[in-house]
Design a protein around this ligand. Structure first.
Ligand code: CP
Length: 306
């Protein structure tokens, strides 16, 4: 059963069976990653270009590894050092890369909607690796995969996303994906970080983290985006940590076992204390490993749509 779309632009509106198919396909690829020889041939003869107009460690390396594990030929492109610095447009850059007979394009861009635009101007399959504050679908898929791996299901689990929901593509994709898969989703943060009308997405809103933790199964802790002018959103990093930081003391007070996720990169002792990040209930590094399997599944399933 193929995916309904030939691109992965976001999880908003993605059918449940498509998410299920990606998660189930990733189980097989996760098993490949435990083999002595971690390479399989499905993308042999295909060429994938990774176009990163914004900084990335995990997503860029994870896609590149997933492509190589599937035996694809891989083109790397980073905006710094490219002809973008000479004024070349996204459209011209993408068309020139596609002229080299590229089959699939993975793109990260600071502008929301950039990958949707790309999908309209080139023939290759397009995968969104994060577009502004809009969506980061493979991050949410790997988060869901990791929760399902740890807790055996998504249906009826209570997942709380803590932090700057208003500016987070990770939060948006997680909300869409988790709601579609039947989870109960809450968001928590200061009012300055919660988008107006977010309840219309079917989530509950909390402003006090200690009110929600006693009922949650998993917490997805968002990074404080220090590159933004965070001082507009809360008085100080220390105050944010005091009110919203996920600490061992806070988790003990909640009185239940809570699985801890974080998309990375982590600000230790700001949104999450260092000991919680490294604790037995943290699945942060499993997320990174599972990300390779999820991206292999997405590349494999989309390549069959050509
Ligand atoms: N999770 C995530 O998107 O990390 P990078 O910015 O390092 O890719």
């Amino acid at each position: 059963m193929p995916l309904h779309s030939r691109h992965l632009l976001g999880l908003d509106g993605m059918p449940r069976e498509d998410i299920q198919l990606i998660l189930d396909t990733a189980v097989s690829f996760r098993e490949v990653l435990d083999r002595p020889i971690k390479k399989v041939p499905p993308l042999q003869g295909k060429t994938v270009a990774n176009m990163f107009f914004e900084n990335s460690t995990r997503t860029r390396l994870s896609f590149e590894l997933a492509e190589r594990r599937l035996s694809a030929d891989v083109l790397g492109f980073a905006a710094s050092g490219s002809s973008v610095s000479k004024g070349e447009t996204l459209k011209d850059t993408a068309r020139n890369i596609e002229a080299m007979k590229v089959d699939m394009v993975v793109m990260r861009h600071a502008a929301a909607g950039a990958t949707a635009y790309l999908s309209r101007i080139i023939e290759a399959n397009v995968i969104n690796a994060g577009d502004g504050s809009h969506e980061h679908p493979t991050q949410a898929l790997l988060d869901m995969f990791t929760i399902r791996e740890k807790l055996s299901r998504l249906q009826d689990l209570h997942v709380c996303i803590v932090g700057d929901i208003a500016h987070s593509r990770v939060a948006r994709s997680n909300i869409f994906g988790l709601k579609t898969m039947g989870a109960r989703v809450s968001v928590c943060g200061p009012a300055t970080m919660i988008p107006r009308d977010v309840e219309k997405l079917g989530v509950e809103v909390y402003h006090h983290i200690d009110d929600v933790l006693p009922t949650v199964d998993a917490v997805n802790v968002l990074r404080i985006q220090l590159e933004r002018d965070a001082s507009r959103l809360f008085p100080s990093l220390r105050e944010y940590h005091n009110f919203y930081g996920i600490t061992r003391k806070r988790l003990e007070k909640a009185g239940r076992t809570i699985t801890i996720l974080h998309p990375g990169p982590i600000n230790r002792d700001v949104e999450i204390s260092a000991d919680v990040a490294d604790s037995e209930h943290s699945v942060i590094l499993q997320q990174v490993l599972n990300g390779v399997a999820i991206r292999m599944a997405v590349l494999y399933l989309l390549s069959s749509k050509n």
